[in-house]
Design a protein around this ligand. Structure first.
Ligand SMILES: *[C@@H]1O[C@H](CO)[C@@H](O)[C@H](O)[C@H]1NC(C)=O
Ligand SMILES: *[C@@H]1O[C@H](CO)[C@@H](O)[C@H](O)[C@H]1NC(C)=O
Ligand SMILES: *[C@@H]1O[C@H](CO)[C@@H](O)[C@H](O)[C@H]1NC(C)=O
Ligand SMILES: *[C@@H]1O[C@H](CO)[C@@H](O)[C@H](O)[C@H]1NC(C)=O
Ligand SMILES: *[C@@H]1O[C@H](CO)[C@@H](O)[C@H](O)[C@H]1NC(C)=O
Ligand SMILES: *[C@@H]1O[C@H](CO)[C@@H](O)[C@H](O)[C@H]1NC(C)=O
Ligand SMILES: *[C@@H]1O[C@H](CO)[C@@H](O)[C@H](O)[C@H]1NC(C)=O
Ligand SMILES: *[C@@H]1O[C@H](CO)[C@@H](O)[C@H](O)[C@H]1NC(C)=O
Length: 902
């Protein structure tokens, strides 16, 4: 008790003293300094720095709690500051945080910054500054130093090692160099910084040999980026000392020699970049010890010898890129036994031989497989049909033989199939026409025989088709993709006929000779001389084209790999912050329980993405981030929202920052379409009946994938319309995996009675009744939510509507109207889309067809949302049911159309 007055007196004394010095020095207060700063930088943001408010309340200014007249933080990022940074900043001697990033500052950083002894965080990133003063390295309290994306050049001084407590040092994208004569002293001196976690010197002008002293950096180092420099030399054997590393990027350098075996000691490594280097020799099998590895990039280097089978130990790997090396031997079976592989497997442009093992069917989560440009042989295994989320399959330029397996038609999401330049033979199966998402199909330069399947006409998404140089015969269809086919896509097949006139193929023999004889002969007479001349011309053109394509292909390859590189580049806090204008209100797309989603344009690219920023103050949000990252990393399905990257970083204030970068969905959430905000409903803000059916199919298929086809299964736990997003073409994607649950492998289909320790998962109205009684998350719980959502989609009645306040719920409401009063409860806006009838009979026919389908839809919704979990329909059945409903609807519609036409 006795101490108290003394302490109070002391602190009072301090205040008095500060005020005292301030007034004595006349213009020396922080306010005067700020005004001098304002005078040095004309910016509209600084207009608010005027006498209408105390300077501690000026935009970007924060004063201390204990020293209320001293500025402790100055945050003027993205504030349009230009000119040279005024030296008066150095007078804010109590400053702990200084952020002037993303402005137009140029010239020297004033040496007076060396007076900011309390500075912990300095962020001058993304300006045009060019000189780093030596005094900066006297600021021993600095923890975060961000000087990236400027024009700093020259040597990094070895005094950098004085920043003893530095944790994060970001210098990327400058023109910095190492003082070669002194052997990269600064790296040596950084060995003193025992808390260093992040060192980024990528995209600079460092050259010369990578210093061996790099292995003496702290074992706390987690991220090391030296990529995009002209660094040569070899990787030091002791690289294995850096046991804290989870990210190591050595890509786009001139490093040569072999990868040291000790790499296997970096057990925390999540991502490693060894691409676009001159590294050579064998890929050491110790890489199989990196059991936490998610991404392995080693394309465009000089690796040789076989792919080590130990890669099969990387049970968390989801990207494997080894293309454009000199790898040989057969592809180890073990690689195909990694169900975690989900993004892509790229082994293209090597010298690999042997067959694709049947284990390929284990890759149930893979999106893209590129094995092109090798010497692979044998048949495509039937088991490929198990890779149900495969979207691209590149097998061109190998020696594969045999036919196209029927099972390929199981791959409903396949969009690109390239089998060019192999030895495939046999007929092209008709079932290829059931791969509904197919966009590009190339079967050129093989030995295929028989007709071109007419079923390909039915694929509305197919726009590129190449069947040139085979032994195909018979009629070329004329509809669908064949409508704008060019001659080069069918050339080199001697026995094709028909097709669109532009192909200049001979007409097909006409069966009914009597009727058409004359005309046939006439057209032949015209066709023969022209086709003869055409053929000569065309073969010349084709030769030129082929040569050109070969060239183009190399360019394309380069391009695709670069795209991949771009796509998986790390995205920093700054890129996201800048792209969303500092997470501005204007870019806010939506708010959820654990954070907000913003529209964001990625730097220098016009790529629009959605960024979900987690509110880490919110209890459980960190866990939610991890759940979502993990779930989305594992899954790949065309109807699940795609994750571009997870960003877990520290913002310039030293706060944790966690965000997910997701694909951007231009049409927003399903919720907005079922319950339009505008009071005026029109076809442009509501959904037609068939759109609704298609959306349901997308959702059900995605859920079926999560529950039954991905390993381990995932329970979504939060199915509701606001978590369904619509793409440009109105196809639906399931999003928000924030509370999803990954089922342990041993879990059986349902586990109804186990009590949950995680509390209630889900949203009111959609949550299964048994969850309220403490049951654990289960597939049947998801099915309940699906059922409710289905009913909502077709009735436009929300399960949280006021009418359900008492005991009634949406399920009972629908069940009461089922089946006779289905039309009564149906969403009125469906009819806005059904108006182009010619007369009353058509109108009533359409109504009749929709009514029929509505009854089936409601039946399905009711069966899925039964009170008793055991009574609910299982998902696989629901999927077939909804498909059947849509097929039936389209069929009836077509019948009606025809009836009207005749
Ligand atoms: C900044 O500090 C220097 C040295 O103490 C002093 O000469 C100068 O007047 C101060 N500037 C302002 C604007 O307070
Ligand atoms: C002074 O600042 C306030 C906000 O702090 C602003 O609203 C006002 O327009 C400013 N006055 C002038 C003259 O710029
Ligand atoms: C930044 O300055 C430029 C030109 O001086 C101006 O056009 C622009 O609107 C300013 N931006 C902001 C956010 O103040
Ligand atoms: C850094 O600090 C040392 C000792 O405190 C001092 O001698 C030196 O002049 C300072 N260097 C700069 C550039 O301010
Ligand atoms: C890799 O793991 C194996 C087995 O655990 C061990 O014997 C070997 O020393 C490890 N290699 C490296 C480089 O860590
Ligand atoms: C298929 O491969 C061939 C040969 O490499 C290439 O020219 C063509 O562009 C590829 N087509 C597609 C759709 O990938
Ligand atoms: C194309 O689709 C129509 C209508 O769906 C169907 O009747 C026909 O059999 C299909 N054609 C082929 C060749 O699959
Ligand atoms: C094919 O032709 C149709 C019209 O006949 C046209 O609308 C479409 O854009 C063309 N597609 C391509 C890929 O050229």
């Amino acid at each position: 008790m006795a101490i108290r007055p003394t302490r109070l007196a002391l602190s009072l004394l301090c205040v008095v003293m500060t005020i005292g010095t301030a007034s004595r020095g006349g213009g020396n207060s922080d306010e005067a300094t700020l005004l001098a700063f304002k005078a040095g930088h004309s910016s509209s943001v600084l207009a608010s720095w005027n006498s209408s408010a105390s300077f501690c309340n000026w935009e970007g200014v924060t004063c201390g709690r204990r020293r209320p007249t001293r500025v402790v933080a100055l945050d003027l990022r993205s504030s349009n500051l230009t000119g040279t940074l005024t030296p008066v900043v150095g007078n804010l001697t109590f400053l702990r945080w200084l952020n002037l990033s993303s402005n137009g500052l140029y010239g020297e950083i004033p040496p007076s910054l060396g007076r900011l002894r309390h500075l912990r965080s300095l962020d001058l990133g993304s300006n045009s500054l060019s000189v780093i003063p030596y005094s900066l390295f006297n600021l021993t309290s600095l923890k975060y130093v961000y000087l990236f994306r400027n024009r700093f050049s020259g040597f990094v001084p070895s005094t950098v090692g004085r920043l003893r407590f530095v944790e994060r040092l970001g210098l990327y994208s400058n023109r910095l160099e190492a003082d070669k004569s002194k052997g990269w002293e600064f790296i040596t001196s950084l060995a003193n910084c025992s808390q260093l976690q992040y060192l980024d010197i990528a995209y600079n002008s460092f050259s010369g040999k990578l210093p061996r002293s790099i292995v003496n950096l702290s074992t706390t180092l987690q991220e090391l980026y030296v990529d995009h420099n002209s660094i040569s030399g070899s990787m030091p054997e002791e690289i294995g000392n850096l046991i804290g590393l989870d990210m190591l990027d050595l890509g786009f350098t001139n490093l040569s020699g072999v990868i040291p075996t000790s790499i296997g000691k970096l057990a925390n490594l999540v991502e490693i970049g060894l691409h676009y280097t001159s590294l050579s020799g064998l890929i050491p099998s110790s890489i199989g010890n990196l059991t936490n590895l998610n991404r392995l990039y080693a394309f465009y280097s000089n690796f040789e010898g076989p792919i080590p089978a130990s890669l099969g130990e990387l049970k968390k790997l989801f990207v494997l890129g080894l293309s454009n090396n000199h790898l040989n031997g057969s592809i180890p079976r073990e690689i195909f036994e990694l169900p975690s592989l989900s993004w892509f497997l790229d082994l293209s442009s090597n010298s690999l031989s042997g067959p694709i093992p049947s284990e390929v069917g284990t890759l149930v989560n893979i999106n893209a497989v590129d094995l092109s440009g090798n010497q692979l042989s044998g048949q495509i295994p039937d088991s490929i049909g198990n890779c149900i989320v495969l979207e691209s399959l590149y097998l061109e330029e190998n020696s594969f033989e045999g036919g196209i397996p029927q099972s390929l038609s199981n791959l409903k999401g396949l969009t690109i199939l390239n089998l060019t330049m192999n030895k495939f033979s046999g007929k092209i199966p008709d079932t290829i026409g059931s791969i509904q998402q197919l966009q590009k199909l190339s079967l050129a330069h093989n030995n295929f025989s028989g007709p071109i399947p007419a079923s390909l006409q039915n694929l509305t998404t197919l726009w590129q088709l190449d069947v040139s140089f085979n032994n195909l015969q018979g009629e070329v269809p004329v509809k669908g993709v064949f409508r704008n086919l060019t001659f080069s896509s069918v050339v080199g097949n001697d026995n094709l006929c028909g097709g669109i006139p532009q192909l200049h193929l001979p007409p097909c023999p006409i069966l009914d000779v009597r009727k058409n004889k004359n005309q046939h002969l006439k057209s032949l007479a015209i066709a023969l001389p022209t086709t003869g001349a055409m053929l000569v011309l065309v073969s010349v053109i084709v030769l030129i084209l082929l040569h050109h394509r070969k060239l183009k292909r190399r360019q394309n390859r380069q391009a695709t790999s670069l795209v991949i590189e771009e796509q998986y580049q790390r995205v920093s806090y700054y890129v996201l912050s800048r792209g969303s204008n500092d997470f501005s209100e204007a870019n806010l797309l939506g708010k959820g329980r654990y954070g907000s989603v913003y529209r964001c344009t990625l730097d220098n690219e016009d790529a629009l993405v959605a960024v979900k920023v987690f509110d880490l103050q919110q209890l459980g949000s960190s866990k939610s981030f991890e759940a979502e990252c993990e779930a989305l990393r594992r899954v790949r399905h065309r109807s699940l929202i795609k994750i571009i990257t997870c960003c877990s970083s520290i913002d310039p204030r030293g706060q944790e920052f966690k965000a997910l970068v997701l694909e951007f969905m231009p049409n927003g959430s399903l919720d907005g379409w079922i319950h339009p905000k505008s009071s005026k409903c029109s076809p442009s803000n509501t959904l037609s009946f068939s759109q609704r059916l298609n959306i349901v199919i997308d959702i059900f298929e995605a859920m079926d994938y999560l529950h039954n086809h991905c390993q381990p299964s995932i329970i979504h736990c939060d199915m509701k319309p606001s978590n369904i997003l619509l793409a440009e073409d109105m196809s639906a994607k399931v999003g928000d995996f924030g509370i999803s649950k990954i089922l342990p492998k041993s879990t059986t289909k349902t586990h109804l009675n186990s009590k949950s320790s995680i509390g209630i998962r889900g949203s009111i109205g959609y949550i299964a009744p048994e969850y309220g009684e403490g049951s654990a998350a289960s597939k049947l719980g998801d099915i309940y939510s699906l059922g409710i959502m289905l009913l909502e989609m077709f009735t436009a009645t929300s399960p949280t509507d006021d009418m359900f306040k008492d005991s009634l719920n949406l399920h009972d409401f629908a069940a009461a109207a089922f089946p006779d009063r289905a039309l009564e409860i149906a969403d009125e806006t469906i009819w806005l889309h059904e108006t182009n009838y010619t007369d009353v009979t058509d109108a009533s026919m359409t109504r009749g067809i929709i009514q029929q389908s509505l009854v089936s839809v409601f039946g399905l919704g009711i069966s899925c949302s039964k009170q008793q979990p055991r009574e609910r329909m299982v998902l696989a059945d629901a999927v077939s049911k909804i498909h059947a409903i849509r097929d039936e609807y389209f069929k009836s519609q077509m019948v009606e159309q025809r009836a009207i036409e005749h």
